[in-house]
Design a protein around this ligand. Sequence first.
Ligand code: ADP
Ligand code: MG
Length: 285
Amino acid sequence: NILGKAPDDPRLEDVYTLGKQLGKGAFGIVRQATKKATGEVLAVKSIAKSKLMCKEDVKDVQAEVAIMNLVGGHPNVVTLKSTHEDKDSVHLVMELCAGGELFDTIVESGNLTEKKAAEVFRKMVEVVHHCQVLGVMHRDLKPENFLLTSKEAEGELKLTDFGLGVFFKSAQRFKDLVGSPYYVAPEVLRKNYGHEADLWSLGVILYILLSGLPPFWGDTEEQIFKMVLRGHVDFKTDPWPKLSEAAKDCVKKLLEQDVSKRATAAQILKHDWLVKAGVAQDVSL
Ligand code: ADP
Ligand code: MG
């Protein structure tokens, strides 16, 4: 019993009617689920116990639940509604993000205008700041893990997938090589990193929001890693010459190899680009 449930805890199928598949990941699948009692439509991530190979994997699932419970409640974090467990799986019932992944929106519409990018990006930095204040590092920030509540203009951005998330103490160093190749920070590849690694990933995301292309790329994982470690960022290719100096400066301050010089979430929230794009709220930090 991974989640410490009582034997008489209601089963997933008793409470919800399961519907279409919404997504799939390394540990399980995400489906739509309708609450029988109310008709409320939600999403359920089912993690197959057969894929949890070791004690660490089990701890990771427990951490995913604990982290979602802690950082949820922020308007830009997917809310965890309830959890269930049966012989084969652990189920996380979450609010539904019917607009799908931000990644697909970028693919459909290409790069965003600076104003739109700043609007979206400010929310991303705010939510990462919120997590860091609570001592949580996400470790897998990428456009696939930012969902939209709707495809319409009023769709809200929601961070999800805390499957690689960890609790950290301020100076704590980690060495697990986790994340996704395009977004992974150089110090993660060097297996000695802290919470600043999430800011690097945000820099990669911002570069993609503004240009439609990843800053570090290659045909294989090794080639991508080589580019990340080299750290050269191209601002010469279209559309960069047309974009503002402030936007480029924001990217540069995040894609900073030296973690002691890399911008913090609080600094980015006060960066000229976010402030002058007319979208920054007063942040009391
Ligand atoms: P994994 O750890 O396997 O990557 P995620 O939590 O990222 O699992 O879920 C995988 C995919 O399922 C997401 O990228 C998204 O497409 C979809 N998904 C996850 N949660 C939701 C949700 N609350 N609403 C809608 N789709 C979701
Ligand atoms: Mg994911």
